[in-house]
Write a protein that binds this ligand. Structure first.
Ligand code: HEM
Ligand SMILES: *[C@@H]1O[C@H](CO)[C@@H](O)[C@H](O)[C@H]1NC(C)=O
Ligand SMILES: *[C@@H]1O[C@H](CO)[C@@H](O)[C@H](O)[C@H]1NC(C)=O
Length: 497
């Protein structure tokens, strides 16, 4: 785990020498400026340790908009969620994709897409995301159910109804990883499951553990072994291999077809793009599934209500749950599981810590309210940090408490949440905002719902006694769903009734 400390200190030293250029002072009309005592790194270390507390403290001293120097970047945080819409709708001077266009190719190992070498490619990639919605989402949802049943049945549902023990995170990632993979990329033509899934998953976890460092632009060659693991992961998606699989989603087929139009993309480059999508599709979903399951299992009263809701939707549709037969639920039926959806959203509220980033394309004056403007410099980052909103006691009473029905009221979804007496347009943002909003969000919520539905109708699940509660590992602050710092032992058995 600590093998990268030495190279890291080397990086810090180089960065230190480069700091001379970071001697900025606040100008008229700019938000309060906070620099750390370590030039360049600024407040990065403190931010990484506990972003939410860090930002709350600065909000108290500096007001709801301020600029912080973090790892060489000047980041202006807009803390007040009533101001979010001014940033989210702002098109002209703020760039949504500059950051991901810069960082993603280096992290996943494909050539820069918007370098002019591949005319039209960024637009086509962007358009391919529509296949994660609408009609194709129905196909993926149906296919996901079959794949979840397959993995559950073969690995967890076999025969006897004795109690068995397992680690909760382990269960979530082994089932969700493989079922998601099969749904997106398809299966080998003559069997139902790929060999090498366990190795692929373990390699992805190793790569993912280095993800925060890669995003912080630590060069991959300093992270021992990571480059070789990434190459192995990429090779799994060689175009010849993918084209031999069947039941591949329209989304992945469409992307493969797009890549074929570009002679300058080599096979390994295409494979690296497919690998990046694997990461996008499971990187946040696996920990999100864990927290959704964890909070339900440690709150038996919530679990009972959600299980009852699932049973009544099944009953109303005349469906009898039988572990030997495939269970299928239409999107319409999934949409009716509102307690379940509320419980998932509540766990996302508690576990998501993604930062929404926009880059200023020029010096300009950003309007934040009717009479309020702030001066922004070219290259500065404007950031929303929704975790601060998710944990605001004015918006969510007792925000640290899990209330499975927080987003449910009078038989329907609750959508009115307030700040300073004003109704909020955005109150739950685990999936980003505006034009960088996650295109996989509907699929993600559906698949977590399906996982929990199968789990609750087929299994009794309990946490083994005498264990400490799971706490969040802060290392993903800013990057998505936080991981659990430790796993937790459960016991499960087939339900009898
Ligand atoms: C709970 C699960 C998930 C969470 C919390 C999540 C969150 C996010 C967030 C916050 C972003 C925006 C990043 C930015 O600001 O640039 C994003 C982007 C993205 N997500 Fe998700 N995501 C989830 C699941 C998925 C799934 C299942 C898929 C695919 C099937 C997916 C595909 C993508 C893609 C392709 C992008 C990049 C979009 C672009 O470049 O415009 N995500 N996700
Ligand atoms: C694969 O696709 C075929 C034809 O569309 C379908 O009948 C079959 O159920 C699918 N198999 C899986 C495992 O999804
Ligand atoms: C849960 O959140 C998703 C996306 O964030 C939203 O579309 C959905 O309406 C929410 N559902 C409930 C019950 O809160």
């Amino acid at each position: 785990m600590f093998e990268f400390i030495l190279p890291l200190s080397l990086v810090f030293l180089v960065l230190y020498i480069l700091t001379v250029q970071f001697r900025r002072t606040r100008k008229h009309g700019e938000p309060p400026l906070i620099k750390g005592w370590i030039p360049f790194l600024g407040k990065a270390l403190e931010f990484g340790r506990d972003a939410h507390t860090f930002l709350a403290a600065h909000e108290k001293n500096n007001g709801d908009v301020f600029t912080v120097l973090i790892a060489g970047k000047y980041i202006t945080f807009i803390m007040n969620p009533l101001l979010y819409p001014y940033v989210i709708k702002h098109g002209k001077q703020l760039d949504f994709h500059e950051f991901s266009d810069q960082v993603a190719p280096v992290t996943f190992g494909y050539p820069h897409v918007s370098s002019g070498k591949f005319p039209g490619l960024p637009e086509q990639i962007q358009k391919s995301f529509r296949h994660l919605q609408g009609e194709n989402l129905d196909c993926m949802t149906q296919s996901m159910m079959g794949n979840l049943m397959l993995v559950f049945r073969q690995d967890y549902l076999s025969g006897e109804s004795e109690w068995r023990t397992e680690s909760m995170y382990q269960l979530c990632i082994s089932v969700m990883f493989e079922a998601t993979f099969l749904t997106m990329y398809g299966k080998p033509s003559h069997t139902n499951r790929h060999s090498g899934m366990v190795t692929l998953r373990k390699d992805l976890v190793k790569f993912d553990n280095m993800f925060p460092l890669l995003i912080a632009r630590v060069p991959i060659f300093l992270l021992r072994g990571t480059k070789a693991i990434r190459q192995k992961l990429i090779n799994f998606f060689h175009p010849n291999k993918i084209s031999s699989w069947s039941n591949t989603s329209v989304f992945i087929k469409e992307r493969a077809a797009i890549f074929e139009q570009y002679d300058r993309l080599g096979d390994i480059d295409k494979a690296a793009h497919h690998f990046a999508i694997l990461w996008a599709s499971v990187g946040n979903t696996l920990p999100a599934t864990f927290w959704a399951m964890y909070y339900l299992v440690i709150h038996p009263e919530a679990l009972a209500v959600v299980r009852e809701e699932i049973n009544s939707v099944l009953k109303a549709s005349g469906i009898k749950a039988d572990p030997n037969k495939d269970l299928s639920l239409t999107r319409e039926q999934l949409d009716r599981l509102l307690y379940l959806e509320s419980s998932i959203n509540e766990s996302l509220r508690l576990s998501s810590a993604s930062m929404n980033i926009r880059v200023a394309k020029e010096d300009f004056s950003l309007q934040l309210e009717r009479e309020r403007f702030i001066q922004v410099r070219k290259g500065d980052i404007i950031s929303l940090y929704p975790q601060s909103m998710h944990m605001d006691p004015e918006i969510y009473e007792n925000p640290e408490v899990y209330k499975f029905d927080r987003f449910f009221e009078d038989g329907k979804e609750k959508t009115d949440f307030y700040k300073n007496g004003q109704r909020l347009k955005h109150y739950l943002m685990p999936f980003g905002s505006g034009s960088t909003k996650c295109p996989g969000r509907y699929f993600a919520i559906n698949e977590i719902k399906q996982f929990l539905t199968l789990l609750l109708i087929y299994f009794d699940v309990e946490v083994l006694e005498g264990q400490k509660p799971c706490i969040q590992d802060p290392r993903r602050a800013g990057l998505g769903i936080l991981h659990p710092a430790t796993d937790i032992q459960i016991r499960y058995r087939l339900r009898r009734d």
